[in-house]
Design a protein around this ligand. Structure first.
Ligand code: ADP
Ligand code: TRP
Length: 321
């Protein structure tokens, strides 16, 4: 089964990104043929400073390699290194009714937030369809907000196939249902845009500072405390299992400790959990040439995988004459 997903290079990763998405991508490498790319063309809809976009792209590659994306197991590349995607984007535009794009929530939401309604924002789903269809993807794991974009890719593929025959694979989306939404330090959904995140790779001191800001109820030290409703516990349980989780529950029930103690424990547990990843990240940060080399090899692999379908598409559409 061919699984493909794109990642926008949008800055520091938080633990919601990790438990909601990255961990599953890493696990998927063991079971399926996985294609993962950094969607730097898509990021241009929001990032318009050249130096910043190129830095974010390298940061994204470094972080994902550190967190376990394995270039031996997955095809891992930067979107702009396989230009055929732009060719397909144009070809698919002729099979994209305006109404389909006008109905896209992603576009409507961004415009409602005051982002200028330019053409790239509008045609974003067509480029995403090209990403998906160029590689004959069967399954596309996405967050809930991206489901409609995969449905648009399906609609475009069906229209194309109606015209030219059975050329494009019709993709399906997959949402990681069993993943509960990770909550932020204020108890709302953790999200960069809500400024309530706990970053994966912050330094120890600032990480502790963030964790200390987690909102908790006021309760006297000696009293037993509820763990289920506690924001600190809910974060800690992402990192704990079995006896360790049980031991933390007992500490809540026993009383005699305040939320401050649980916060310090959470910081320690999280610091340990990401230790190995942090060390890998330090290595890749110090060896950016190696990261570039991995991306070059990934781009060559991705291009090779794209060639049969783009050749068929050129042939069918008469672009090859
Ligand atoms: P943000 O909301 O911080 O901008 P993104 O939209 O960039 O995060 O999310 C990237 C991926 O991380 C999404 O596909 C989503 O599945 C996952 N994700 C983000 N926030 C959470 C969260 N709070 N809980 C679970 N998964 C999340
Ligand atoms: N739009 C996706 C997001 O913001 C990123 C993306 C671009 C993507 N192309 C894709 C995801 C193709 C899956 C498949 O998260």
């Amino acid at each position: 089964m061919r699984v493909l997903t794109g990642i926008q290079p949008s800055g520091d990763l938080h633990i919601g990104n990790y438990f909601g998405s990255i961990k599953h991508m890493v696990e998927a490498q063991e079971k399926s043929e996985t294609f993962m790319f950094i969607a730097n063309y898509h990021a241009m809809t929001t990032v318009n400073e050249g130096e910043r976009l190129s830095k974010l792209t390298m940061q994204c590659a470094t972080d994902f390699l550190a967190l376990g994306i394995d270039p031996q197991k997955s095809t891992f590349w930067v979107q702009s290194d396989v230009k055929e995607v732009l060719e397909l984007y144009w070809i698919l535009s002729s099979f994209t009714p305006m109404g389909l794009l006008e109905r896209a929530h992603g576009y409507k939401d961004k415009v409602a937030k005051g982002i200028a309604a330019n053409h790239s924002l509008f045609s974003y789903p067509v480029l995403m369809a090209a990403d998906i269809l160029l590689f004959g993807s069967e399954v596309v794991p996405v967050g809930k907000d991206q489901i409609q974009h995969v449905e648009i890719a399906r609609d475009i593929a069906i229209k194309f196939n109606n015209q030219y025959g059975d050329i494009l694979t019709i993709p399906e989306f997959r949402v990681q249902e069993e993943v509960a939404t990770v909550l932020g330090i204020d108890g709302q959904k953790m999200s960069k845009s809500y400024k309530n995140v706990v970053n994966i790779f912050a330094d120890e001191k600032s990480q502790l500072k963030t964790i200390k800001k987690i909102v908790t109820e006021n309760a006297p030290l000696e009293e037993p405390k509820e763990h289920e409703t506690c924001n600190v516990y809910n974060m800690a349980k992402l990192f704990l299992e079995g006896n360790n989780l049980k031991a933390l529950q007992d500490r809540y029930k026993r009383g005699g400790e305040g939320h401050g103690h649980f916060k310090i424990y959470l910081a320690e547990v999280m610091w340990e959990y990401f230790r190995e990843y942090r060390e890998k990240r330090e290595y890749f940060e110090a060896h950016q040439d190696e990261v570039r080399e991995i991306l070059n090899i990934g781009a060559a692999k991705a291009k090779k995988a794209a060639m049969p379908s783009i050749e068929k598409i050129r042939e069918a559409t008469g672009i090859r004459y």
